[in-house]
Each structure stands twice: as structure tokens, then as C-alpha cells.
Design a protein around this ligand. Sequence first.
Ligand code: HEM
Length: 476
Amino acid sequence: MNLRTQAQFHLGFIRSALAIAIFAGFAIGAHLAAVIGLDFPLGKGFYSFIQIHGHLQLVGWTGLFIIGISLHFIPRLAGIPLSHPEWLNRILWLITAGLATRAVAHSILPYVSTPAIFHTLSVVVALSGLSELAGIILYIALLLTSIRATRQSGKERPALQSVKPYFAMMQAGWLLYAVLNTALLIHMALTEAVTVNQPWDDFALNLFIGLVLLPVAFAFSVRMFPLYLRLPAPEWPVNKMGLVYLFFFALQLLPTLPPFLSMSPETVFFISAIGQCGKSVVIFLFVWKLDLLLRRREPWTVHRKFQPGPERQPTRAGLPDYGEFGRFERLLYAAYLWLLFGAMLELLTGLATILRWEMAVSTDAIRHSYLLGFITLLILGMAPRMIPGFIQKKLASTKLVGATFWLGNAAVICRIVPLLLPEVLLEKMPSLVLLSQWMFALSGIFGLAAVSCLAVNLRRTAIDNSPPDKANSAQK
Ligand code: HEM
């Protein structure tokens, strides 16, 4: 019999994710977008800043959120407490210290001309990778030991079984990304460069997006949406779809390993395009099966044994809550529309390569459709819905949830649409050039404002002393 209790939610991961996003990840992104949009000269450190922004956003903003939520959610899904809850602080500090060191040391590096200081800073940047790697190894070890305990107890729950391939991809992705990141930083120090090797950096980023972010977002959606959005129970082969996704993603990614790229680019792009098309179709199928956007099937509640009586206060139409979490569902719908948009752009890119169409879709637009459109809006929508319950508080403001919806979508539209406007249109309408430049320049400010609204809301929620049960009647 297991006598240990579940560990309490560790808010530190969310605090760090928000702090890194606001003071570094989104802030640097806003600076980069303003420089590009308004045609300012690119400074010495510009390409280093792009890499710092990308890394902090992936591991700091989305990664720390995922780690915090998964270490709370997976043990509960498995029905077994964390084997070593005392590791939580170690994981948080190792990764946060690594990210903070990288942000500071790598930003200064391009401006240093004294060799001794340059070498010292390069070593510090490489050490930041090692610190993150150590934290990530500990995180994966903690998840694995906890999941193994479930298996040994012989009580593996079907809820966990169905999403296991997705969590397995996530763990493999974390480890591979952290190892690659460290190796690239050591290589950067040894070659006395101020940026990491670009083709390998691209490979590592795509690996993280495809193997960590998308699978984990799918797994959380499958398990949490039926409850939070009253969707149908996931009675389709969720785990098989995960494996098909993995097959096509591997087909897309593996040929783009830099050594293959330099050998035979044509063949590499052709094989990778097949994987890209297959992966996009799997994403369309996943969204169809999830039934979030069309709601074709009955919600899981129709099969409930005990239906609520007439005395129960009616909830919002089609949803299980009374509005106490704000209209968070709009962020989730928008996130999934941006996911479909990204998948459609990928499908077009893949088809264009296979069929040799004269067409190029910006990879930056695809990347930010997934990262800013899908993952960020998903976090902005899920955080106010989940975290108050985890810490047993009521959400401070539903209005701020509404604000994140508008600001978040404004950020995505301004960040992506200018990259997709066709050249012919821009040539015919010079005013559109100016408009798209300003949109791009302002995209970061909107993103920063959206994340700041979430941070203020969660902070006010965490310090509020009123008990959660009053929340249902208090509509702000
Ligand atoms: C409104 C918010 C954002 C703005 C203004 C922004 C801006 C930028 C800019 C200007 C670049 C350089 C593009 C280029 O190479 O031409 C970039 C790259 C990148 N961004 Fe963002 N970004 C935002 C949000 C995000 C988010 C939320 C994520 C991840 C969760 C992210 C991840 C990345 C990555 C991975 C790269 C590529 C880095 C590399 O090449 O090493 N960005 N971003």
C-alpha cells in the first residue's frame, strides 16, 4: 500500500517561467521584432539575441510551465505520488540558474573584445548548458521513477496508458535537446564564436517543437479538455495516433540532420517533405478526433451515472463552470485554430517541395504559428483554468483573461501575417508595406502585454486569502 501523499503544486516553476518570459524571452523578442520591423541597423549581437530569445522561450517560458504542470499532473494521472518530491527545488534551480546565466553571459559575449574575458564568458555560457542538462536529467529521472512505481504496483491506469507515447516522446525530446544544446555551447566556446552552429541550432529547435511541445500539448488536451470543456471522452486510439505522429515527425526531422543536408539536399528535402505532409495530416486528424472546434459528438457527461438534480445552479452553456475562470475557452479555441493554421502552412510547404511548385512559405511563420499561436495561447488559456484549483484559490480577475485573449491574438496576427503577404500585393500597395512593418514591430509589445496580464492575474490569485468556494458566486 502506498502511504505517501501527493506533493503540493510547486508554484516556483510558473513564477520562473513568467519571470523569464517577461524580463528576457518576450522582451528580447519585442526588441528583435522592433529592430527588424522598423529597419534599424542590426547590432553586433543581433544573431546571438535571436538564439538567446529562441532558447529562453522554449526552455524558460514553455518548458518550465510544462515541467511544473507535468510534475503535478502525471503523478495524479498515474495515481502514485512523486517518488522524490524533494528533487523539485533542485530541478527548478538547476534549470533557472542555467537559463539566467545563458541570458546574461551570452548577451554580453558579442560586445567583449578582451580575450581573457571572452574566454571566461564562453565557458560560463557552456556551463549554463550543463546546469540545464543536469536539471532536465533529474526531471526525467523523477518522472521515470514515479511511472515505474505505477507499473510495479500493477495498477497502471488506462488514462495514463493512452497518452504514454506522448509523454515518452516528451522525455526523449527533452533529453536530446538538452544534450544537443550543451554540445553546441561547448562547440561555440571552443571555436570562439558568438552564435551556435546555425544548422544544428535549427535541428535542435525543430526537435524540441516536434518531440516535446506538440506531443505534450496533445497529451494534456486529450486528458484535460473533456473535463474543462465538456468534450467527449477520448474513446479513439489516442496512443496509436501518437505513434503515427512520431513516424511522420521522424521522417520529417531525421533527414535534416546537418551531415545529411550537406550530402544530398534534394533527396533530403523530398523525404522530409513527405514526413511534413504526413505529420500535418495527423495533426488535422487529431483536432478532428479531439472534437474541440466542431463539437460533433455528445460530451462525456451524457454517460455519467449520477446526473445533477434540478437544484444545481446551471453552468455556462456547454461548459462545466460558472464563468469563474473567465472566458478561458476562447484562448483554447484560438490556440487550436493557430495549430491548424501552422499545419496547413506545413502541408503547403511539403506539397510545394514534392510537386515542385514555385512557392515558399516562411519557416519563421510556421514556427511562430506553433510556438506563439498554439503553445502560448494554450498556456494563456489553461493557466487561469488550472492553477487556481491546484493552489486552492479563486482566480483574481476574469477581465484579465479576456485581455490575454485579445493581446495574445494581436501578437500572433502581427507576428505572422506580415511574413505571409505575397510580394505582388506589397508591390501594388506600398501603404501595406508600412502597415505590415509596424504590425511586425509591435507584435512583441502585444506578446509581452499578454504574458504580463497572466502574471499579474496569477500573482493576485496566489496572494489572495479568500477561500476558493466563494469563487463560484463571485463573478468579476
Ligand atoms: C510576440 C512574441 C514574439 C516575437 C516578437 C518574436 C520575435 C522573434 C524574432 C524577430 C525572431 C528572429 C526571426 C528571424 O530569424 O528572422 C524569432 C526567432 C525565434 N523565436 Fe520568437 N518571437 C516571439 C515569440 C516567441 C515564442 C512564444 C517562442 C517560443 C515559445 C519563440 C521562439 C522563437 C525561436 C525558437 C526562434 C528561432 C531562434 C533561432 O533561430 O535560434 N518566439 N522570434
